[in-house]
Design a protein around this ligand. Structure first.
Ligand code: NAG
Length: 236
C-alpha cells in the first residue's frame, strides 16, 4: 500500500507538533547539537530553473505537481521586478545575429524585452517576450559593430531598472558583472578584411608611385624645394 507509509509519516509529524514548546536559548543549543530533533519536512524543490528557456513559473509547477514541492521566494507583485541576469551572449557573425540568454529575477514577471544600443544612440526596444522565455535573438547586427544589450523584466507594478538608461549614455560605463546588461561586438566579415587589405595595399602602391614620380621627375626638374625659395615658374 502506498498510502500507509505516508499516513504513518503524517501521524509522526502531527504527534510531534503538540509537544513543541516556545523556544528558549537553551532549546536552540540543544537542537544544534541534535539535528535529528527537527521534524521531517518535505523539502523537495520544484523542478524549476530560473535560467531555463520556456520555464513555466514555479507556482504553476507547484499547482500541477502531484507531490508538494518548494519554490524560490519571490518579491511582492506590488513591486517592480528586480533585474534579470544576463547570461551567455553568442554572436553568429556570418548571420549578423546574436543569441542572448538570461535568468529570471526573484520577482513575479509578466514579460521581458531586450534593449539594444549601438554606440551612444537611443536604445532600440525588442518585442515583448512572455515570462517563460529566457533566450532571444538579436538580428540585423552590423559586422564590426559594438553594441550594448540589456534585458528588462516587467510586471503590473513596473519594469526592472537598467543601469545605462539614465540618459548619460553608455560610453565608458560598465555595469555590474552579474547585471542585466552586457557588451557584444560583432567581428568584421572575412571579406571585409580582404577588402581592407586590398585597400591598404592599393594605398601603399599609390604612395610609392607618387614618391617615385616626385623623386625621379619633379625633384630632378625643380631641384630640392627650400623653405624660403619660391618655386620657379617654368614656362613649358
Ligand atoms: C511564450 O513564448 C514562447 C516563445 O515565443 C512560446 O513558445 C510559448 O508558447 C509562449 N507561452 C505562453 C504561455 O504564451
Amino acid at each position: 500500500m502506498l498510502g500507509s507509509p505516508c499516513l504513518l509519516w503524517l501521524l509522526a509529524v502531527t504527534s510531534l507538533v503538540p509537544t513543541a514548546e516556545p523556544l528558549t536559548p537553551q532549546d536552540f543549543e540543544e537542537e544544534e547539537e541534535d539535528e535529528t530533533a527537527w521534524p521531517p519536512f518535505p523539502a523537495v524543490l520544484c523542478d524549476y530553473d530560473r535560467c531555463r528557456h520556456l520555464q513555466l513559473p514555479c507556482q504553476e509547477l507547484q499547482r500541477a505537481s502531484p507531490t508538494p514541492c518548494l519554490c524560490p521566494g519571490l518579491s511582492s507583485p506590488a513591486l517592480r521586478p528586480e533585474q534579470p541576469r544576463l547570461g551567455e551572449v553568442r554572436v553568429v557573425a556570418e548571420a549578423g545575429l546574436a543569441v542572448v540568454h538570461w535568468c529570471a529575477p526573484s520577482s513575479p514577471v509578466q514579460e521581458y524585452w531586450l534593449l539594444l544600443w549601438e554606440g551612444s544612440g537611443a536604445p532600440q526596444k525588442g518585442p515583448s517576450l512572455n515570462s517563460t522565455v529566457r533566450r532571444a535573438e538579436l538580428k540585423g547586427l552590423k559586422p564590426g559593430g559594438a553594441y550594448v544589450v540589456c534585458v528588462v523584466a516587467a510586471n503590473a507594478a513596473g519594469e526592472s531598472s537598467v543601469p545605462w538608461a539614465d540618459g548619460k549614455g553608455i560610453e565608458g560605463a560598465d555595469g555590474p558583472a552579474f547585471g542585466p546588461c552586457g557588451r557584444l561586438t560583432v567581428p568584421p566579415r572575412p571579406q571585409t578584411l580582404v577588402h581592407a587589405a586590398v585597400g591598404v595595399g592599393t594605398a601603399l602602391a599609390l604612395m610609392s608611385c607618387a614618391a617615385l614620380v616626385w623623386h625621379f621627375f619633379l625633384r630632378r626638374r625643380w631641384g630640392c624645394p627650400r623653405r624660403t625659395a619660391t618655386r620657379p615658374a617654368t614656362g613649358l
